[in-house]
Design a protein around this ligand. Structure first.
Ligand SMILES: Cc1cc2nc3c(=O)[nH]c(=O)nc-3n(C[C@H](O)[C@H](O)[C@H](O)COP(=O)(O)OP(=O)(O)OC[C@H]3O[C@@H](n4cnc5c(N)ncnc54)[C@H](O)[C@@H]3O)c2cc1C
Length: 638
């Protein structure tokens, strides 16, 4: 069992573990990385990389048609009510190859592209979130993806054919104390004396697909190694079979939404895993998890765009049908704004998601920042859209689809969509962790160039080297952040009506680059602790990326005849500009100090007086009755 007495990792340890797992090299270009450095590299995304490939679409069509036909027959209300996905649906998904969409055909998979895969997930999400969880936990983060990236030929031969046929897999990283912070991981793996096996012990929490998976990717701590006299924590990834003795489902977790997600607490007790089941290499597990997530994160943005489209359909229909105060509610300005914003934001979400995916498909491109922004931005924008859709539907938005249908109205499940959607801002990297990740990667160039100058533990030699690098880089770079094409009123003419927005992007990209530099000079190493300053800079970068994606997509679509796209991109950019301007105005957060004091006092129990007059929600722990539901599951023969 996991040793619960072990101390939690310190902040420094947490940072060191995360730092060691970073992909530290930037060998390939990245539009967003350049953007945070204050340089608009429009050439990297304009013309828009191809999003349509006729041959690929023809290959994907039979599968997409079958998937759509199945989804049309799925009773999502029943899935939501019963909390189970009926076995015949899973079987049909297996038969059409839905568990092997990206697995190469030589191993029995469909061999489709990442773009086809995310479009399939968009289709599924527009109908049923629990089905998306099943398919995407398996293919975005489950075994097929790390196997494709890091598996040996022998491992691919062993596992791909099974996975393609529908052997469901799960990704087991999270633990009770290791949520956003993998340094606290306690699941351990020790090598047997003959070196042939690893013995895994520990417990994983919230493992999606865990309750019905045949295969797991399990992250476990392997013995520390010594580097320059210092102990370094090691995390290793293992392929574990659910049938191996010692693997058991302790509890099936139930949630606010995604009612039929197969998610649980999985226990590993003296599980003997063959040494050849190590993925990539000993000590490379966390890096594997993070690299897997880089591409894995391309799925959620597309799913969010799918939800946006579904909500747009609801808002458009209801905005026309529902008449109050003498006219359709869509004509009242307050509701009109929600509808217009939904259309523009959904357009931008699709632009961001497909651009990131198309850049990945083109190859030779570093997508880690683009994918992280797409995940963070699309999930947050999507959440606001679902909230707006619920408001537009009024009381009917809050009512369940079943109840609506029973009293003779159309059972539109906005309530379920809201419950299903919320988790997107938490898993696969919470919004806060994504912002920290983006800030770290975005500042990497400055970090490498000058950090040693201000870091308290730098040696004299390191400081001198950093001073040399800084003297070489900063004067020319900084001067060039003050002048650019965006100042010329006729530049970016190929964007037509959107040219003024592109000029704004150019000017404000330089502004962002300068602002990050000024913040570094102002706060030095303490900038790391000013999360809100960093997060505002990240939000500016994210909005600039979304604007860029919207403009290049609209230009591409308009050239292909879809001229209406310009109107959506234009309105989106107008709104994004007001948000960016506000973030710049508030970059240093006039109220951040007051905010932190209040939070400190609340946490220090100085405002408990305010909590008087309630019964409260703080339930007691029930340690004497853990995993009650499991007994029911076992009794039901699962
Ligand atoms: C439905 C569901 C499915 C899941 N599926 C999987 C799965 O398949 N495999 C798997 O391994 N995990 C899975 N997870 C776990 C999920 O990835 C974690 O919930 C997530 O990583 C966050 O961890 P936590 O919930 O423990 O939050 P915590 O780490 O406890 O964080 C709590 C809050 O504090 C914030 N926070 C934490 N650290 C910082 C910081 N340094 N700065 C600022 N804010 C911070 C977080 O953003 C969050 O808002 C799933 C979870 C759920 C609920």
């Amino acid at each position: 069992m996991a040793d619960s007495t072990q101390a939690l990792a310190s902040e420094k340890e947490a940072r060191d573990v995360a730092e060691a797992a970073r992909e530290s090299e930037w060998e390939n270009p990245s539009f967003v990385r350049e953007l945070f450095l204050g340089r608009l590299r429009l050439d990297l995304i304009d013309p828009h990389p191809p999003v349509r490939d006729a041959a690929e679409e023809a290959r994907a069509k039979p599968f997409m048609d079958r998937l759509r036909s199945l989804l049309e027959r799925v009773d999502s209300e029943e899935i939501d009510r019963s909390g189970e996905i009926p076995e015949p649906i899973v079987q049909e998904l297996r038969e059409m190859g839905a568990f092997g969409i990206k697995i190469p055909t030589e191993y029995g998979g469909l061999g489709l592209s990442q773009m086809s895969y995310v479009r399939a997930m968009q289709l599924v999400t527009s109908k049923d979130g629990s089905l998306t969880a099943l398919l995407s936990a398996h293919q975005s983060i489950g075994l097929p993806q790390p196997l494709k990236l890091f598996g040996t030929p022998e491992q691919k031969q062993r596992f791909f054919p099974r996975l393609a046929k529908g052997a469901i897999s799960a990704f087991a990283l999270t633990e009770l104390d290791a949520g956003s912070d993998p340094a606290n991981m306690r699941t351990s793996a020790t090598l047997s004396p003959d070196g042939k096996h690893w013995i895994i012990n520990g417990e994983k929490l919230w493992c999606t697909n865990g309750t019905r998976a045949e295969l797991f990717v399990v992250m476990a701590r392997t013995p520390d190694v010594e580097v320059n006299g210092k102990k370094k924590k090691q995390i290793t990834a293992f392929i574990v079979e659910a049938s191996m003795p010692g693997v058991s489902v302790k509890h099936r977790c139930r949630f606010m939404g995604l009612k039929a997600i197969e998610n649980g607490v999985i226990s590993f007790e003296n599980v003997k895993v063959p040494a050849e089941n190590v993925l990539w290499g000993v000590g490379k597990g966390l890096k594997l998890a993070l690299v897997t997530l880089n591409t894995g994160r391309l799925t959620l943005p597309a799913s969010c765009a799918g939800v946006g489209k579904a909500m747009l359909q609801v808002m458009r229909t209801w905005g026309n049908e529902r008449v109050q105060w003498g006219q359709p509610i869509g004509k009242h300005e307050a509701i009109a704004k929600k509808i217009a914003r939904c259309a523009a934001d959904t357009f931008a979400m699709e632009a961001v998601g497909e651009l990131a995916c198309a850049l990945y498909e083109r190859g030779g491109y570093d997508i880690r920042l683009e994918a992280a922004i797409a995940k963070m931005w699309n999930t947050e924008v999507g959440w606001r859209i679902v909230d707006d859709a619920l408001q537009v539907r009024g009381g009917r938005g809050y009512e369940t689809a079943e109840s609506l249908a029973r009293r003779g109205e159309r059972g539109i499940p906005v309530e379920r969509a809201m419950r299903d959607f919320r988790i997107n801002l938490i898993f696969e990297g919470s919004s806060e962790i994504m912002r920290l990740f983006i800030a770290r990667e975005a500042g990497d160039h400055h970090f490498r160039t000058a950090f040693a100058l201000v870091a308290p533990d730098s040696s004299m030699g390191e400081r001198a080297a950093a001073a040399g690098r800084a003297a070489k880089f900063y004067p020319a770079w900084y001067a060039a952040r003050w002048i650019g094409k965006g100042q010329l009123p006729i530049s970016y003419g190929s964007f037509g009506k959107l040219a003024s927005h592109v000029r704004y992007i150019e000017r404000n990209t330089r502004h962002l680059g300068r602002s990050i530099f000024h913040a570094m000079v102002r706060f030095g190493p303490k900038l790391e602790r000013r999360q809100l300053v960093l997060f505002r800079a990240v939000d500016i970068g994210a909005e600039l990326f979304a604007m860029s994606a919207a403009c290049v997509r609209a230009k591409m679509l308009a050239r292909a005849g879809q001229k209406e796209a310009i109107e959506l991109a234009d309105y989106f950019c107008r709104e994004a500009r007001t948000r960016i301007d506000q973030h710049f105005r508030e970059l240093y957060g006039a109220n951040d100090g007051a905010m932190y004091r209040v939070a400190k006092h609340v946490l220090g129990n100085e405002h408990t007086w305010l909590e008087k007059g309630i019964v409260g929600l703080m339930a007691a722990r029930a340690p004497e009755a853990p995993y009650r539901e499991e007994r029911a599951l076992a009794a039901a023969g699962r």
